[in-house]
Design a binder for this molecule. Structure first.
Ligand SMILES: *[C@@H]1O[C@H](CO)[C@@H](O)[C@H](O)[C@H]1NC(C)=O
Ligand SMILES: *[C@@H]1O[C@H](CO)[C@@H](O)[C@H](O)[C@H]1NC(C)=O
Ligand SMILES: *[C@@H]1O[C@H](CO)[C@@H](O)[C@H](O)[C@H]1NC(C)=O
Ligand SMILES: *[C@@H]1O[C@H](CO)[C@@H](O)[C@H](O)[C@H]1NC(C)=O
Ligand SMILES: CC(=O)N[C@H]1CO[C@H](CO)[C@@H](O)[C@@H]1O
Length: 217
């Protein structure tokens, strides 16, 4: 069976078995929308900060799902020190820690961001499922290569955003960082989601830290 299909079926089973019988309506949550952040592994690893585990994935992997409030910073640290259940069977491919222990990374993301996602601990599985279904349904490196934006060549911000908007129908935003010699490179892509419908929405924010041209390393 196709690996992606398998992961998706596992996800559906996990979701079906973990929903509380009468989920609390999502209205009134203290955040307005959320984004799912994916990073380009080579750009995470191409700075002096981290020694990454080899091989470095050649596809966008997850950083996390971050609930946001309008006009305010990220919502963080809503509850303390929850230990996530073991979702590692489905997470290692698309949500690896590029430079350390995977469980530690998922705990960090869950406690910092996921604890704000929905009000109760029993929704934890929803956090992980909602996050990893994004790369299962949106192949960002495939979207870019389909319009000739290929890893290894310089590119421009608008071309990346337009390619993703054309394919997903919604604007993303993106963030650049600098490699070892100071060149700006595509680092992260942010996809925005409606907190109630959990469907993708247009991002109203501009990019962070990119000046054309940028490297897609
Ligand atoms: C994290 O998961 C990735 C992907 O399965 C694996 O290559 C890596 O060795 C894991 N890292 C650790 C520290 O276990
Ligand atoms: C994403 O798209 C690329 C380029 O079309 C393809 O090589 C790759 O297999 C796709 N990845 C997945 C997980 O479907
Ligand atoms: C989210 O969807 C709901 C229901 O369709 C809508 O009322 C709301 O305005 C949407 N919010 C955003 C931020 O798109
Ligand atoms: C998202 O933005 C595109 C391009 O600006 C626009 O055509 C589309 O209608 C927008 N979608 C929504 C749901 O607002
Ligand atoms: C993996 C990768 O993209 N490495 C590059 C990081 O940046 C340096 C400096 O520009 C390049 O020489 C590497 O090829």
């Amino acid at each position: 069976m196709n690996v992606l299909l398998f992961l998706f079926l596992v996800a559906i089973v996990v979701r079906a078995t973990s929903q509380p019988p009468n989920p609390t309506p999502l209205r009134g949550l203290p955040y307005d929308y959320y984004f799912v952040v994916l990073h380009w592994p080579k750009s995470v690893c191409n700075t002096s900060r981290y020694q990454c585990t080899k091989p470095i994935p050649a596809y966008f992997t997850l950083h996390g799902l971050w609930p946001q409030r309008n006009n305010v910073q990220c919502l963080v640290d809503c509850t303390l020190n929850q230990i996530p259940d073991d979702h590692s069977n489905v997470l290692t491919q698309y949500w690896p820690n590029l430079y350390g222990d995977n469980i530690t990374f998922w705990m960090w993301e869950y406690n910092k961001h996921g604890s704000c996602f929905k009000p109760f601990y029993q929704y934890q599985t929803d956090y992980f499922v909602s996050t990893f279904t994004v790369p299962l349904s949106t192949n960002l490196s495939g979207i870019l290569s389909a319009v000739g934006i290929i890893s290894g060549s310089p590119t421009i911000v608008g071309a990346i955003q337009t390619a993703i908007q054309t394919s997903t129908r919604f604007w993303p935003t993106m963030q650049c960082n600098r490699n070892l010699v100071g060149t700006l490179q595509l680092y992260q892509i942010y996809l925005f989601f409606n907190k109630t419908t959990m469907m993708q929405i247009n991002c109203t924010k501009t990019q962070k830290g990119c000046t054309n041209p940028i490297d897609y390393t």
